[in-house]
Ligand binder design. Sequence first.
Ligand code: SF4
Ligand code: SF4
Length: 441
Amino acid sequence: MKTHYHKNFYNLEIPYKDGMLLYNIINKNFVFLNKEYSDFYNDKQKWEMEQYSNMLKEFEDAGFILKDSIDEKGLYLKNFYLSRWYSKKLLFTIVPTTSCNFRCPYCFEQGIKFKTMQDDVKEKAKSLIEERIKTFKPESVGVSFYGGEPLLEKDKIIDFGRFFKRLSMLHGFSYNADIVTNGYLLTDKVALSLYNDAGIKSAQITVDGPESIHDARRFLAGGGKTFKRIITNIRDILTLSIDFVIRVRVNVDKTNINYMDELLKALSTLPQRDKKLEVYFSPVTGEADKTNAFMSDILFSQEEFGRVYVHKILPLLKKYGFDFERYPEIAYVFCGGITPYHILIDSDGTIKKCYDLVGRENESVGDVENYREDDKRVLFWELFDPLSEECKNCKYLPVCGGGCPYKKMKEGKNVCEMWRYVLKDLLVKIYELKEEDNEKG
Ligand code: SF4
Ligand code: SF4
């Protein structure tokens, strides 16, 4: 019987020079097709001709052309639902305090009450954690310490960390933890203690620009500067002989985007940067974009951010020797909140499903004493369908995952991630930046 073929639904085709750039969103294969190859790719009749069988095989091997018996969209959806409903990894986010030693004007946690986790709440949280571990029997447990500024409660973090390490020995799962911090209190000594005592292997630290810009945006509660101390801390930690990774997150909006050259230049002087330093960029977002009129004027939309990322940030990453060849990862489920496998334990002992809801009293789905799998607030999240019909038929679904469920709940429509708007531009840019290197030699 004759075999019939089709183009992989997740191919992105970009006419380029006399041929085409071809990228597959799932397997990340990325090639330039010269005219001969792009003509073949676009001419289905040739696919079945004997003289082109080798060419067909090349396309098939790369996953760009598939047998008609293969349903790549169905496979993606199957994996999406599998990873949503069946995971061997259990995730906890723990907020030891919502207090913060910084006062960043764009903080989405503005307006919430500062609250520190009391000891009785901490002990009840541990009971809930142990109960979930016994129920789910995970192979691995991931923990993220979040705030506020979690290092204001370093002893509680260490206490939780020791608790997880003990449970991992008892129940035989692997344990991995990280911390999201502003970096001000994260000296090398503190990092060493987090690493040794609490099993924390990485920290996300936000740096918003070169010194003057960062200090104008991320200052101490009493008004002091923070940049120098954060960079010193990062430098000292990278010098330690432990595998502690620093992820520098740069929040960008329309007011600091033009200072990224200076920032990357400064970061490029850090030690061990190839092994233990990652730099990534995010648009300022969160609740602030809805509630703060000043902020809404300076924020990038997903589409605008995508364009500045491609046209301004990528060339700078290359200029300063950072990895610029970053293709978007497949997101089967964009957010743990819509799975049964993730809970966030807030400082007051309430349970949330979403990071943006830290400190927001009315948004809990239970608390450390009373969290039930059959609670309708829990099930509202876990049964929320993040995929509209449009999403299920969208080429960009594998890198968007249907987007942020909370935004979708609130807005009642698709809130597309930036890739939909800029992935083709990104691919052209990466190709051209690599070509520049090839031409040089
Ligand atoms: S619902 Fe959205 S904002 Fe909340 S944790 Fe998930 S992805 Fe993040
Ligand atoms: S949210 Fe938008 S980009 Fe994402 S899968 Fe749905 S339609 Fe596609």
